[in-house]
Design a protein around this ligand. Structure first.
Ligand code: BGC
Length: 355
């Protein structure tokens, strides 16, 4: 059952909505058309209580004021960081012989999550069905200096099985690049429960992208024998203080796992996370080839929903995507280029198992 109510106003007076999808299990997904953003996932627990497992805010004004967490938002056109494509050191890319420079949002030669005003800050049009909402945003040619009028459609379905299915479709009138993701911060013990480090995580991957100061170098590292190996489940906190230079640089986990080859683009389970007591498990299924594990290392005591305080490492993000900076890394398996008129499609499912 879908219900729609006003969420509030943005700074320019635009009204945005809060759309709730209640499923037959008594759980509710709430989303807003500001940033096609997941504001809550309220799970009905075995004892009948309700547990909201994603971080967020109570008003659109708070989402608008926050320029760096991307709580729950749809990220576009390009998730993650794009580096320099030439010796200017400016982030950008070369497509069909033309260079497109992007905003240096990190201050160290990288453009993060779509630029200064990414899709997380756009108002999407939407339609709804019995158990879904479908968002649509057309990014004009040249927005954030990306070529082509690009239309991104994001359908979020929340069925009785407590699975949030996110389907992306993108098409442009000129060749361009696109790599959308969703940026939910999960805390399976409850968004306001604080410590996240006792969550167990498992990721079906043997390799990560090597980083230098959070920027993909293009080299691939094996996880075997390192604190990055989650092939067997580990608590997030177990090895987070390890001396691996990437963990030190990123103040925790913030890196992209290369998932097992998937030539037929099957939607397969690639990761899971479990609350400290094991009463909520999140299974992540996707057809994407990469997943970013980010442990909220830049959270800094922000005030969120209902006055909850979100501190350092209080959440885990599992962001599915094409490998970061793929446009500048021709040896990566999948390119983020979409040709004029061709559709990019990808699906990710966040399936919750409540015990
Ligand atoms: C990135 C982090 C970044 C965070 C929030 C994540 O996807 O990997 O480096 O700080 O988003 O901005």
């Amino acid at each position: 059952m879908v219900t729609i109510k006003p969420f509030g106003k943005l700074a320019d007076g635009t009204e945005v909505d809060l759309i709730a999808i209640q499923n037959s299990s008594g759980s509710t997904l709430e989303v807003t058309n500001y940033g096609a953003c997941v504001t809550s996932i309220k799970l009905k627990m075995a004892d009948g209580s309700i547990r909201d497992v994603v971080l967020g805010y109570d008003t659109p004004a708070e989402y608008e004021a926050d320029k760096d967490t991307y709580f729950g938002a749809t990220i576009g056109r390009i998730a993650n960081r794009i580096n320099a494509c030439d010796d200017t050191g400016k982030p950008g890319f070369i497509l069909n012989g033309k260079t497109y420079y992007l905003a240096d949002t990190s201050g160290n030669g990288a453009s993060l999550h779509g630029g200064v005003i990414g899709f997380d800050q756009k108002v999407f049009d939407y339609t709804t069905g019995d158990d879904y909402v479908e968002f649509k945003y057309t990014s004009p040619d040249g927005e954030e200096n990306y070529p082509g009028n690009l239309t991104l459609t994001v359908r979020m379905t929340f069925g009785g099985d407590n699975a949030l299915k996110i389907e992306y479709d993108a098409v442009s009138d000129k060749d361009t690049i696109c790599n959308p993701t969703n940026h939910c911060y999960f805390n399976l013990a409850g968004h306001d429960s604080g410590i996240n480090l006792k969550h167990k995580v498992c990721i079906d991957s043997d390799q990560i992208n090597e980083l230098l100061q959070n920027i993909v170098t293009g080299k691939i590292s094996d996880v075997a024998g390192t604190a990055y190996d989650f092939n067997e489940p580990h608590e997030i906190g177990e090895r987070i203080e390890d001396s691996h230079y990437q963990l030190v640089d990123s103040k925790g986990y913030d890196c992209n796992y290369i998932l097992k080859p998937n030539p037929t683009k099957e939607i397969r389970q690639v990761a899971w996370a479990e609350s400290p007591t094991g009463d909520v498990r999140l299974n992540v299924l996707t057809d994407a080839e990469g997943i970013q594990l980010y442990t909220g290392n830049f959270l800094d005591g922000r005030k969120g929903k209902g006055g909850a305080i979100y501190n350092f490492r209080n959440a885990v993000c599992l962001e599915t995507q094409i490998l970061p900076n793929a446009i500048n890394m021709p040896h990566f398996p999948t390119s983020s280029v979409i040709k004029a008129g061709e559709h990019f499609n990808s699906t990710t499912i966040y399936a919750f198992d409540v015990k």
